[in-house]
Design a protein around this ligand. Structure first.
Ligand code: HEC
Length: 109
C-alpha cells in the first residue's frame, strides 16, 4: 500500500510539472491528425512546423491568422514546397484551441 501511494504521488508531481499544458496541446495535435501531413522539422505533405515558425516569427497577428487557417483550411502560401496541395479544414476545433496550437507551432525551434 505504501508503494502504491508513493507512485501516485510521483504521477501527481509529473502532471503538475508539465509546463503550460504543452502535453495537452500535443495530444490535441495528435488527435486532429496534423502529424499525418506535418512534422516538426521535415517537410511532409505540408511545411514542417519549424518552417512555419521561421516564416512568421515576430509577425504580429500570426497566431490569429494561422488559427483561422487551421480551422478553415486554405492554400497558396506554400505552393513551392507542396506543389499546390491544400490544407484541409478542421471545423471541429474551437478558435481557442486553434490559437493554442498556432502559438505552439510558432514556438517550434
Ligand atoms: C492533409 C494534409 C494536412 C493536414 C491533415 C494538416 N495540414 Fe496543415 N498544411 C497542409 C498543407 C498542404 C499546407 C500548406 C498550405 C498552403 O500552401 O497555404 C499546410 C499549412 C499549414 C500551416 C501554415 C499555414 C500558412 O498559411 O502558412 C499551419 C500552421 C498548419 N498547416 C497547421 C496544421 C495543423 C495544426 C493541423 C492539424 C489541426 C494541420 N495543419 C493538418 C496540409 C495538412
Amino acid at each position: 500500500m505504501k508503494i502504491l501511494k508513493a507512485s501516485l504521488g510521483v504521477v501527481a508531481v509529473l502532471a503538475f510539472a508539465s509546463p503550460s499544458g504543452a502535453t495537452e496541446i500535443k495530444a490535441l495535435i495528435n488527435e486532429q491528425g496534423c502529424f499525418a501531413c506535418h512534422s516538426l522539422d521535415q517537410k511532409m505533405v505540408g511545411p514542417s512546423f519549424k518552417m512555419v515558425a521561421d516564416r512568421y516569427r515576430g509577425q504580429k497577428d500570426a497566431a490569429d491568422m494561422l488559427a483561422k487557417k487551421i480551422i478553415s483550411g486554405g492554400n497558396g502560401h506554400w505552393d513551392k514546397i507542396t506543389g499546390g496541395i491544400m490544407m484541409p479544414p478542421h471545423p471541429g476545433m474551437s478558435m481557442e484551441q486553434a490559437k493554442k496550437v498556432a502559438d505552439w507551432v510558432l514556438a517550434t525551434k
